[in-house]
Design a protein around this ligand. Sequence first.
Ligand SMILES: Cc1cc2nc3c(=O)[nH]c(=O)nc-3n(C[C@H](O)[C@H](O)[C@H](O)COP(=O)(O)O)c2cc1C
Length: 368
Amino acid sequence: MTMSRRKAISLIGGGAVFAATTSAAGFLATRTPHKALEPWTTAGSYREPRKFALSYAILAPNPHNRQPWLVDLAQPGRVILMRDKQRDLPMTDPHNRQLIIGLGCFLELMSIAAAQKGFDVAHDIFPSGEDGPVAVSTFTPGAQPDPLFSDIMQRRSCKEPFEDKPVPAGLVADLGNFATIIDQPEPVAALRKLTLDAWMVEATTPHTMRESVDLMRFGKAEINANPDGIDLGGPFLETLMLAGQLTREGQLDPSSSGFQQGVELYRNMLAATPAYAVLTSAANTRTDQIEAGRRWLRLNLMTTRLGLALHPVSQALQEYPEMATHYESAHDMLAEPGHTVQMLGRLGFGPEVQETPRWPLETRIAHG
Ligand SMILES: Cc1cc2nc3c(=O)[nH]c(=O)nc-3n(C[C@H](O)[C@H](O)[C@H](O)COP(=O)(O)O)c2cc1C
C-alpha cells in the first residue's frame, strides 16, 4: 500500500478508515489487521469452481460492509444464495434495498469469476418469492473469460477526498455505457450540497447514527475479531484512540470534538468531488435492485481499470422519515418521475486505499 502523507479519515458512513504519516510506516505494519484482510489473499485459491467463484464474490462492495450473504452448496453445480437477516440495517435501510443491491454486486462478481474457470452462471432471482433464497445460481460449462476479472483485486470504494481535477471527457464517455455520469459544474455543486446535507441528517439523527456507531470496529483487535462494519484502524486513528480522542461515546455525541472532527473530514471529502455516477431504474422490484448491484459492480471494476476512484454516497437515497426531503431532492435531480435512484457515487481521481475486511468464505457457507 502506498502511504500518502495523510490519508483522509471518514469516521462515519461505512468502510475502511486508515490514516498514517510516511514516518509511521513501521508502526503501520504492526497495526494492519492481517487476519481480517486474509480473504483478499486467499481469493482464487480454491479448486472447486463454485468456491473459486465465491472466494471473489465475498469481496463485493456492500452497505456498511455487513456482508449479508450466506450460501448453500448442498446441490452439485448450484449456489443457493440467502440473505443473512442478522445483518440487516433496519434504521438506514428499512426496506433492505441497499442490502439487496450489495447482493447483486456479489452475484455479478460470482459470475465474472466463474467465467474465468469457463463456467456460465444462470441466476434465478428470488425464485420462491421475497422470503426464500435471493438467488439460485446454476453453473454450466461454456463461458468465455470476462476482461473485468483482472480488476477485481484492485477495486475499492474510495472514501477519500479526490484530486482537484476533472474527469476527462474520454473517460466520461467510456463510463457512459455503465452509468449516468454528472460532471457539469452546476449539478455537481448541487450534489455536493445534497450529499453533505443528507450525511448530516444521518449523523445527527440518534437512531441512524447509533446504527453506524454500533458497527464501528475500533482498532486492529476489534477489526480482526469482527471483520465487517466500519473499520477504524491504522496508526493515526489508533493513536487517537489511545489518547481517548476517538471513542464510541464521542462518535454518538455531536458536541464532542471527535464528532466535530469527523464532520470536518466528511465535509472536506464530499467537497473534493469533481463528478458523480448515478444508477436509476424505472421500477423498484427486488430484481431491479439486484440488477442495480450488478451494474454498480461492473461500473466499479471499470472505474478501477480506468484509474478512477468511485465512492457510494447513499444517505440521500435512504428511506426513513427524517431523510424524506433529501430523498425527494435526489429523485427530482437525478431520476425521471416515478423512477428510483438506486446508486449515487462520487467519481474522480483518488488515492490508493487499503482493502476492507471480510469474513472468510468458510464462515459464509451454511451447508455443503
Ligand atoms: C448499496 C451500497 C451502498 C453504499 N453506501 C455507502 C455510503 O453511503 N457511504 C460509504 O462510505 N460507503 C458506502 N458503500 C460502500 C461500502 O461501505 C463498501 O462497499 C464496504 O465498506 C466494502 O468496502 P469496499 O467496497 O472498498 O470493498 C455502499 C455500498 C453499497 C453496495
